[in-house]
Design a protein around this ligand. Sequence first.
Ligand SMILES: [Zn+2]
Length: 262
Amino acid sequence: MSFLFDTTSDELQLEDSASASEPSFDCAPRSVASNPGSSRRSFFKMTVGGAVAGLVTATGIEFAAPRRVMAQSGLTSDAALQELMDGNRRFSTGNLTSFEHDLAMLKQKTVDKQEPFAAVLSCADSRVPVELLFDQTIGHIFVTRVAGNFAATEIIASLEYGAAVLGTKVILVLGHSNCGAVKATIQAKEVPGQISSLFSYIQPAVDQAGPNLEAATKANAKIQAALLRQSSTVISGLVKENKLKVVAGYYDLGTGVVSLLE
Ligand SMILES: [Zn+2]
């Protein structure tokens, strides 16, 4: 049985309910299963957030019922991507749930194994805290980082491990606004040490999109995602089998919103 995919948000309840064939989880979230009052608080919180109120009415979902939580093995690539985007919506609207998770339980369940549902290739930029901006916690996201979020050999190897061995269902290549690595590549100035070694990976995006920082950053994310799909036989094989999805995204530092580019 796979590691639980826990969240105290009610959004997954809605998505779960639409996929009856998915396996049930092995550990009920304490906040709902053991405390209906907590569930109601969560419901009210979401209603205030305005994210699901309409769906509740439309589907008649019973929020007091114990929630099922998706296990990684039962997730489709689309569902994994949706969970990332839902988490980012919780983050950008100030409705974080990941801190409500029982961290002691998470640690206990992840000491001997990990089954992250998603991988993210992000920039090293300190303003892009990956788990936080997707409202995820321990064991959920396999993160690789390098300034400029490009698919160097070691990054590809790491993401192959994440997909082939750990079973990640989606790889998100995440560029971000005001990226210093892309900016430096555009400027092509003299830089100290080995910093310029980053530039050759990012240059194709600048060649394609021109000197506009946002355009070049978005082009870079898309180029790196395409590279992952094409240059790795492991990743391309899983993509062909519909077991894995590779997408590009763009994180806006000012709004906290991640948008998909493809
Ligand atoms: Zn950056």
